[in-house]
Design a protein around this ligand. Structure first.
Ligand code: ZN
Ligand code: ZN
Length: 407
């Protein structure tokens, strides 16, 4: 691939991209409610002369059919979070209690920019480019919604899918890796049942508070005693709720768990262990009723194809240089992006774009310390540096696509 010189023309469109980004940031909408966001993006795509196909209530796709060659699908997520913004930015959220605290506004603005560059420079590449704007990443519902609404029948089958995410990593850098880069995520609501009684008459009860406490402790052994030290798993009890008054023994307790893994087999074992431990503790407590398990917010593993990652990494490195493109450390966060390529049965690559104070990171590295005072995704202070993040993320999308479409 030769370095695509048309990427220099990004200078003439960056003001437009900044304006779109700030507008999306000011007007965040939570998962599955991205109506105005989708309308704004659709209007921009139509302004570029593209036909927009709505898939699911708030998902949309635009296809640039540019002759023979491979088909690349590039995806940006567009939803925001129920977080109250505290960044102090002059384009901070104008919606109470809702914020683009995960940078999906940046992903959308970057993909729009990539679409415009590719649309206006069609003589520099050939093939088919599918820009997909996906709702509801945060609750793992959006990719599924688009697939359920016939995505695979409504667009050409891609050869490869690409996506990226802004991260609390040094701005101006891109991080790629083969294999698992984002964990599988599972949440489960467990309800255990006891027998309620007066607080002064414990012998007449089966106490679900004691039972839940015992379960919480025993669950810690799944990672510490059952998982191979070289394997990765997280089991977090994020909520434990039972009872309402000091002198009433309640009749049930509810636990909310979150599980993260990088391997399907490990995931299966961890989930089986959770159910075994809960059932075992219920048996030990003599509960009158079987516990229940309700799984929700289930995210698939993001497992980059080695071939696609190699191709993308080589192209990005050739364009940006070895100082800019670095090896990614897998993130323990999760994503529903891989549902899309999995639905088509195609390989994919997902990379990270650094978006925070590069000087701070450099100073920490030189001091041999780990930087922890950078706001993480989902924090009310999450504010990616607009420069150079938007430009880098836009170019990364184009360079990634051209690795396949550039001839
Ligand atoms: Zn997020
Ligand atoms: Zn995100």
């Amino acid at each position: 691939m030769t370095t695509p010189s048309f990427l220099d023309s990004i200078d003439s469109q960056l003001d437009w991209q900044r304006e779109v980004y700030k507008d999306l940031h000011r007007n965040p909408e939570v998962s599955l409610d991205e109506h105005k966001t989708a309308d704004r993006i659709a209007a921009e795509l139509e302004g570029l002369g593209l036909e927009v196909t709505r898939i699911s209530a708030t998902g949309l796709v635009a296809v640039i059919d540019n002759g023979t060659g491979p088909t690349v699908l590039a995806r940006a997520d567009i939803d925001a979070l129920p977080v109250t913004e505290d960044t102090g930015l002059d384009f901070a959220s104008e919606v109470d209690g809702v914020m683009h605290a995960c940078g999906h506004d940046m992903h959308a603005a970057a993909l729009l920019g990539a679409v415009r560059l590719l649309k206006e420079n069609q003589d520099a590449w050939s093939g088919t480019y599918i820009a997909l704007f996906q709702p509801a990443e945060e609750n793992a519902a959006g990719a599924k919604a688009m697939i359920d609404d016939g995505l695979t029948d409504k667009v050409p089958t891609p050869d490869v899918a690409l996506a990226q995410h802004v991260m609390p990593l040094p701005a101006g850098k891109i991080f790629t890796a083969a294999g698992p880069v984002m964990s599988a995520g599972d949440s489960v609501k467990i309800t255990v049942f006891g027998r309620g009684a007066h607080g002064s008459m414990p012998h007449l009860s089966v106490d679900p508070v004691v039972l839940a406490a015992s379960i919480v402790l025993r669950l810690q052994t799944i990672v510490s005693r059952e998982t191979e030290p070289s394997e990765f798993a997280v089991v977090t009890v994020g909520a434990s709720n039972s009872g309402s008054k000091s002198n009433i023994i309640p009749d049930r307790a509810e636990l909310l768990l979150n599980v993260r893994t990088y391997d399907t087999a490990v995931r299966g074992r961890v989930i089986a262990s959770i159910e075994r431990i809960v059932r075992g503790e219920c048996e030990a407590a003599g509960t009158p009723k079987e516990p229940t398990f309700e799984y929700f917010d289930q995210f698939p593993l993001t497992d980059n194809s080695e071939a696609v990652n190699d191709t993308i990494t080589a192209a990005l490195t050739e364009f940006f240089g070895t100082e800019t493109v670095l090896e990614a450390t897998p993130a323990t966060a999760s994503e529903d992006f891989s549902e899309l390529p999995n639905a088509f049965g195609i390989p994919y690559a997902y990379w990270f774009v650094g978006s925070f104070d590069a000087e701070k990171y450099k100073a920490a590295e030189e001091a041999g310390t780990v930087l922890t005072d950078v706001p993480a995704n989902h924090s009310p202070f999450f504010a990616p540096e607009l420069e150079p993040t938007l430009e880098i993320a836009t170019k990364a999308q184009v360079v990634g696509a051209l690795a396949y479409l550039g001839g």
